[in-house]
Design a protein around this ligand. Structure first.
Ligand code: TPP
Length: 574
């Protein structure tokens, strides 16, 4: 029996066990949508913008570890995916993105809604290809799912010309893949690992640096076992936060530009840095020549290309984080580093992450309130100051997950990603923290959240500014707040220096905006109202709730290491 490409497409997704397809229709995908209409095992989710759609698929994938799947039309539908593809690529999120394409005889003819999406995305995804022959369709889809969720995970794009999808052909969907030249690393090089463990035994000041690879590899339990067995303290990147519970005695904190004092000091003074699943990007390293200057460096990463790219390491180990840590646990013996742990404890005591008690509502206190209000859940951030406050102050253990755009730092990511997480886990609280700037980048997805009855709780830290950029302007540009005020109106003077007492109302009014979509909203201006606001939001189980927290524009994320400076040069106070 033969079937059309569209029929095979639906069959393939069913065989892959896909439950949600995040999709937006258009002329060159309409036949696929028609085919999807005839089935009901896959729920097709219609967001309001393709960028919202791909971030939702990404949130679903990060929350579950499964592959997120997108389908959009050609041309503008496809280009609207680009930021989401790059976001997923940076943070190793498995996605399969299908784009409609003009018929093969029109490709290259400047046809209506034609773009070379494969060319556009080649540099920002693991694999991108146009299906040129109906007989290859099943194999390519199978390969796409395999590539996306194996080795170093990431997005894959499959471009589907309309004529190919209408053609009759083979109904077989392959069971297995054989891709020449694609061999995701498997197993651990024991020789290298043993050398690293010998170094570990000899070290006086060893330190684990856990990155996103630990969370992506769902290796948290193993990471905890390893830390406890070796008694080696742990610092994390933002993407690695939660590798071990934040309340654990061996947990020091996040490292890097907004890392805590003790973690940044520890990395500068350790004699062995055992890093797992991190890329050493510039936000983590600060000035490269000064990075972990006294340390031998071991680097475990699934991606051979990430090793010794930014930081020259002494022992490279190409392996999955969990495999490597499990292998170590089989051989390692306990060691004690009392003096080193005491030294770190002293740094922690000398400069804890501060929380000003006399200022009314502060961003730190809102995160603390979130800690008190939620014992479990999925916490999703957008990008900016609020993201850093969450990554600094959110308490995490195995019952909590943090989703954030770490590598690309994509404003507009948080809210739609929280919807993807809520689709995946309708029974878990999903809390999105966003800025007044970032929230407006994909605000249209309020309609999606209401349409599908997704009661996510959205906390907007409204500081009337694009706060993170303003922070840089305050610290390094002599308070020249160029283009960062979000309350500016046409009535503002040309040289206005930012909001003051006589400024117009907050804009937009997020409470009214939520209500206009059929959602709930509450503005919170006093510290004593915070807990009640969360109770209100928790009580709204049929639609999302926006809690708009009004915070001071002058609040800074501290500590801060200025870009390019060594990690031990921290701005602690202003
Ligand atoms: C799509 C995108 N555009 C621009 C930036 C640069 N950027 C980083 S943080 C930031 C300000 C974010 O402001 P807001 O959303 O209000 O959050 P806040 O920093 O105030 O918490 C900007 C403009 C970005 N990261 N992403």
């Amino acid at each position: 029996m033969s079937m059309t490409g569209n029929e095979l497409f639906v069959k393939a997704l069913q065989k892959e066990g896909i439950d949600y397809l995040f999709a937006y229709p258009g002329g060159y995908a309409i036949d696929i949508f028609d085919e999807l209409y005839k089935q009901d095992s896959i729920q097709v989710i219609l967001p309001r913008h393709e960028q919202g759609l791909i971030h939702a698929a990404d949130g679903y994938a990060r929350a579950t570890g499964r592959t997120g799947v997108c389908l959009v039309t050609s041309g503008p539908g496809a280009t609207n995916l680009v930021t989401g593809i790059a976001t997923a690529n940076y943070d190793s999120v498995p996605l399969v993105c299908f784009t409609g394409q003009v018929p093969t005889n029109l490709i290259g003819n400047d046809a209506f809604q034609e773009v070379d999406i494969v060319g556009i995305t080649r540099g920002i995804c693991k694999y991108a290809v146009t299906v040129r022959d109906r007989k290859d369709l099943g194999r390519i889809i199978k390969e796409a799912f395999y590539i996306a969720n194996s080795g170093k995970k990431g997005p894959v794009l499959i471009d589907l010309p309309k004529d190919i999808m209408l053609q009759e052909g083979d109904e077989q969907y392959p069971k297995e893949v054989h891709i020449r030249g694609y061999k995701p690393s498997s197993g651990v090089h024991m020789g290298q690992l043993k050398k690293a463990m010998t170094m570990m035994k000899e070290a006086k000041k060893p330190l684990f640096l856990m990155g996103g690879g630990v969370n992506i590899g769902r290796a948290n339990e193993t990471a905890l076992a390893l830390a406890e067995t070796t008694r080696i303290p742990v610092i994390t990147t933002i993407m690695g936060k939660g590798s071990i519970p934040t309340g654990h005695e061996l947990y020091v904190g996040n490292v890097g530009m907004h890392g805590c004092y003790a973690a940044n000091r520890a990395i500068s003074e350790c004699d062995l840095l055992f890093s797992i699943g991190t890329r050493f990007n510039d936000r983590i390293t600060g000035k490269i020549d000064e990075f972990a200057k006294n340390a031998k460096i071991v680097h475990v990463d699934i991606d051979a290309a990430s090793i010794s790219r930014n930081i020259q390491v002494d022992i490279p180990i190409v392996a999955d984080a969990k495999d490597a840590m499990e292998a170590m646990l089989k051989h390692i013996k306990c060691c004690e580093h009392k003096e080193w742990l005491d030294e770190i404890a002293d740094w922690k005591n000398a400069h804890p992450l501060d929380m000003d008690q006399n200022k009314g509502i502060t961003p730190q206190k809102i995160v603390q309130c979130i800690n008190e209000q939620f014992e479990e859940g999925i916490f999703v951030t957008d990008v900016g100051q609020h993201q850093m406050w969450v990554t600094q102050y959110l308490e995490m253990d195995e019952k909590k997950q943090l989703l954030t755009s770490g590598g690309l730092g994509t404003m507009g990511y948080g809210f739609p990603a929280s919807l993807g997480a809520k689709f995946a886990y309708p029974g878990k609280p999903v809390v999105c923290v966003s800025g007044d700037g970032g929230m407006q980048m994909n605000i249209q997805e309020m309609a999606t959240a209401v349409a599908y009855g997704l009661p996510v709780i959205i906390c907007i830290f409204n500081n009337s500014y694009l706060g993170m950029v303003r922070q840089w302007q305050q610290l390094f540009y002599d308070k020249r707040y160029s283009s960062t005020c979000t309350r500016r109106r046409k009535t503002c003077s040309a040289n206005c220096k930012g909001p003051g007492k006589n400024c117009p109302e907050y804009t937009p009014n997020f409470v009214k905006l939520a209500e206009s979509y059929g959602a709930y909203g509450m503005r919170v201006e006093k510290e004593e109202d915070m807990a009640g606001a969360f109770q209100f939001a928790k009580g709204n189980t049929d639609a999302p709730t926006i809690l708009e927290f009004i915070i001071d524009s002058d609040e800074l994320v501290l500590p801060m290491v200025q870009g390019g400076k060594p990690l031990h040069n921290m701005i602690l106070d202003c």
